[in-house]
Design a protein around this ligand. Structure first.
Ligand SMILES: *Cc1c(COP(=O)(O)O)cnc(C)c1O
Length: 371
């Protein structure tokens, strides 16, 4: 067999859509035959199903994960002059959202062993201007939320968790999404629950926050041509909502398949010299990504690519090193763990459609690497 000819995609979206093809086509046709394409029954049905799935009272569909974070912060009362604590190691959107509401992102470095926030690190960063904290369940592994919620209660802060990578993750047995003041979701196509285009949502159990979100996503209006505040146009459309409802019915099964892939990586990579992801005792991760670490990251990545194995780097440049934040206080922050992770992390192929044979090829390719 010519093993080198095998190509293993990083995420096989085509296979996922193929598996659901009939149901997705039916949902799309239902929207095409309906009179509503925005703020209609498909959105209402998806919002209800998503809120139930994550244990929140309300879900509000918006245009993207970035908008979910921005509108979420606004709905929680964050605005100009406020400081918001954000992790040093995250996708840049977590930070962008803070700037979009006029507030200042204050980075707090992550734990070197997990790449996530240690709640203990947050206390020292809280000032009289701190208004909110944004824990990020990066790679699908839940942050230790209870200490963060305790700190927030003690210091009067709002908590908006960024669950863009954590659909289906559980923290101490409870689904992520109903635990904080509000939770921001992305339905970017590559996420564990992905649309066929952009989409996002905020979940919350606070009726006032949900009401503000519905207004903010729709020009600051709840009654046509009456505008109570300066809103956005950011709505999850009927087509995406209908497709997401189909995919949501399979989410639990897909998450279990991801966990199985992760288990096979854990087993197959033990003793390889790579630093493997750790799962905390309280966590049932969503396994959005399976991220290993090595000082030889770039060489390993090139070796895997030469054998047809697609990998990702999440993320090669941390937010504080991005030109977008040049000249801001965050750019001058000392964040050694984030800098190191950016050099060492490598995301292996992951997804519900990565079969055993393809995964064996990935494992063989890793083991054949000589730094
Ligand atoms: C994908 C992602 C976002 C942004 O979501 P979009 O829908 O792409 O705007 C925010 N935070 C994290 C952690 C993400 O992975």
């Amino acid at each position: 067999m010519t093993r080198t000819a095998q190509r293993v995609p990083f995420l096989d979206l085509v296979a996922l859509h193929e598996e659901l093809h009939g149901e997705l086509a039916e949902a799309a046709l239902r929207v095409l035959r309906s009179e509503r394409v925005l703020l209609g029954p498909e959105l209402a049905a998806f919002e209800q199903a998503w809120a139930e799935a994550v244990g929140a009272r309300f879900a509000v569909g918006v245009g993207s994960g970035l908008d979910a974070l921005s509108l979420g912060l606004r709905a929680l009362g964050v605005g100009p002059g406020d400081e918001v604590l954000v992790p040093s190691h995250t996708f840049v959107a977590t930070w962008l959202a803070v700037v979009h509401v006029g507030a200042v992102p204050v980075p707090v470095d992550v734990s070197p062993s997990t790449g996530l926030w240690d709640a203990g690190a947050l206390d020292a960063a809280v000032t009289s201007r701190t208004r909110a904290v944004v824990p990020v369940h990066l790679y699908g592994h839940p942050v230790d939320l209870d200490p963060v919620l305790d700190l927030a209660a003690r210091r009067g802060l709002a908590v908006l968790d960024d669950a863009a990578q954590a659909h289906g993750a559980r923290y101490r047995g409870r689904p992520v999404g109903g635990l904080a003041s509000a939770t921001a979701w992305s339905f970017y196509p590559g996420k564990n629950l992905g649309a066929v285009g952009d989409g996002g949502a905020v979940t919350t159990s606070d009726p006032e926050v949900a009401r503000r979100l519905r207004s903010l996503r729709n020009y600051g209006s709840t009654e046509k041509y009456v505008h109570d505040e300066v809103g956005w146009n950011s709505r999850l459309d009927e087509l995406q909502a209908a497709l997401l409802s189909v995919k949501l019915r399979r989410l639990a099964g897909f998450t279990a398949r991801r966990a199985e892939v992760a288990r096979r990586y854990d087993e197959g990579l033990a003793g390889s010299g790579l630093v493997l992801p750790v799962t905390a005792a309280w966590a049932a991760p969503a396994w959005h990504l399976y991220v290993v670490r090595t000082p030889h990251r770039d060489a390993l990545r090139a070796h895997l690519a030469s054998l047809g194995v697609e990998t990702g780097v999440h993320y090669p440049v941390p937010p504080h090193r991005q030109a977008a934040f040049a000249g801001t206080p965050a750019a001058a922050a000392d964040l050694p763990v984030a800098d190191r992770l950016a050099r060492e992390v490598l995301s292996l192929p992951m997804g519900p459609h990565l079969d055993e044979a393809a995964q064996e090829h990935v494992l063989d390719a890793v083991w054949s690497f000589r730094p």
